[in-house]
Ligand binder design. Structure first.
Ligand code: HEC
Ligand code: HEC
Length: 427
């Protein structure tokens, strides 16, 4: 049902010749109608030359964020996936405008934003909920390079890889192809020193998206939801620092190392329509020579669509929802998991024990969160986990970033899951 990309454009097949087109200024870099946050430390910095090995521009924002290190530099010790980053590999130049990457043709204004050939669209089996935003994603792996398959973790993507995710809102969710407004395109770039995150904000004319590292508020988004209810809310574009809150793992020295989240085999294991033909996304990548080590599909794990009862039982669907919506913070290797000791990744919830929240008293004191325990088996109404997923109150709602609205379907799913657990009193 989701539109894989903005509708309307014919397929423009532009060959992407270089890893990155150097920063052309784009055609229309005028400031967008939104209230871009101030103090974007690097907004005015000219993009780095492709030849420059990781100028200090991004220090403290990519790997090693919050550590206060003034120069994260390259090869941040301990970066688990920087292994293939040979010295002297060129950094990807980060343009001030999205068009400067050369990854798309067209724009939402002229009826469609189309990935160029080599920038491969994909969709996860179950996405992150972000206030009902429609999202289109692409994966670019540079010519001559391949990603390595992993059964459980994110694909091992080579230096020069770029992943994009474009957020947009239709006026009416029941007609998702009509009156679509693009808000932001998030970009993850695999540099020699690790991953870097960049948000780009679409202008009101929908002709160009401009780098906005400081985050932004897009006030008064209005949409009609699937039940026909009009919702009005302020949409928050995260700052670069906020990207790291979700996109990191802790290395052995407990430094935050930036990582992608959704490009895992189990989430990519589904069909996508390329041109006129449907194909499994992983097999498509392998067929293009962009993925090595893919076993036969019956050996590849698959996360179900969390809202399709035909795909999996309630338990698996609920745990999958928590895995993609919560586990990037709530896992043993991330900061919030490390402090809260609540682990919601798919492996941790296999056994419903204390770390999965069952009869667990929250570490952070705080009243008015619906109960005393994260999960009280058999009763969602006194379970903090459900309460914090259901509430729209800031400071209490989970995830703490990236949503202002309740995801009604998810609230029901998690309530049903908790209610289906054999009832048990917690103490
Ligand atoms: C609230 C947590 C959260 C925040 C904040 C966040 N992301 Fe993500 N992001 C996710 C999750 C979860 C996924 C995977 C699921 C999906 O694609 O829907 C994801 C996916 C992505 C992807 C697709 C590749 C991947 O990792 O699977 C890109 C690109 C991306 N994010 C960029 C960014 C950038 C840039 C920022 C900051 C402006 C940001 N994200 C902030 C949670 C977050
Ligand atoms: C951006 C990171 C982030 C995401 C995503 C996130 N959380 Fe949290 N969560 C935190 C932090 C930080 C805390 C500890 C502070 C607090 O309680 O507010 C926490 C605490 C909690 C607690 C209290 C846990 C305890 O035992 O102390 C619950 C329950 C919870 N989160 C549920 C969820 C659920 C459910 C989701 C997904 C729908 C989710 N969280 C997504 C960061 C996150």
């Amino acid at each position: 049902m989701r539109t894989p990309f903005f509708p309307g454009l014919g397929l423009a097949a532009v060959l992407l010749t270089a890893a990155v087109v150097s920063c052309s200024g784009g055609e229309d870099p005028e400031p967008s109608g939104v209230d871009a946050g101030d103090s974007t430390p690097d907004a005015g910095t000219p993009p780095v030359d492709s030849g420059t090995p990781d100028a200090g521009e991004d220090a403290g924002v990519d790997a090693g964020v919050d550590s206060g290190t003034p120069d994260a530099g390259e090869g941040d010790a301990g970066t688990p996936d920087a292994g293939d980053a040979g010295p002297g590999l060129p950094s990807v130049a980060i343009p001030d405008t999205l068009s400067g990457f050369g990854l798309f043709t067209g724009s939402p204004a002229d009826g469609g934003l189309q990935p160029v050939e080599g920038n491969i669209p994909y969709e996860p089996t179950t996405p992150l909920f972000s206030d009902y935003a429609l999202k289109s994603r692409t994966l670019y792996v540079p010519p001559g390079k391949t990603a390595g398959y992993h059964a459980r973790d994110v694909l091992d993507l080579p230096v020069g890889s770029i992943i994009t995710k474009t957020f947009s809102f239709p006026a009416d969710l029941r007609e998702p192809e009509k009156d679509v407004r693009a808000i932001e395109t998030r970009v993850l770039v695999r540099q020699p020193g690790g991953w870097e995150a960049y948000p780009y904000l679409w202008n009101a004319a929908q002709t160009e998206a401009t780098k906005a590292s400081g985050g932004a508020v897009v006030p008064g988004i209005q949409l009609i939801d699937e039940a026909g209810v009009t919702r009005t809310f302020d949409y928050l574009v995260p700052s670069r620092n906020q990207c790291t809150k979700c996109h990191h793992v802790l290395d052995s020295a407990k430094n935050q190392v930036m990582v992608p989240i959704g490009v895992k085999a189990r989430y990519l294991n589904r069909d996508h329509v390329y041109g006129a033909q449907a194909a499994n996304q992983l097999q498509h990548l392998a067929g293009l020579g962009k993925l090595s080590g893919l076993p036969s599909l019956d050996e590849v794990p698959r996360a179900p669509d969390a809202f399709n009862p035909d795909e999996a039982n309630l338990d698996t669907r609920a745990r999958t929802y928590l895995d993609i919506n919560c586990a990037h913070c709530h896992n043993p290797k991330s900061t919030a998991g490390d402090t809260s000791r609540l682990f919601l990744d798919i492996a941790s919830t296999e056994t419903l024990n204390l770390n999965a929240g069952v009869c667990k008293r929250p570490g952070s004191a705080g009243s008015g969160v619906g109960g005393e325990f994260d999960i009280v088996p058999g009763d969602h109404s006194v379970s903090i986990l459900w309460y914090r997923l259901d509430t729209e109150e800031s400071g209490k709602m989970m995830p703490e970033l990236g949503r202002a609205l309740r995801h009604d379907q998810a609230s029901r799913l998690i309530a049903d899951w908790i209610d289906a657990m054999p009832a048990r009193a917690c103490e």
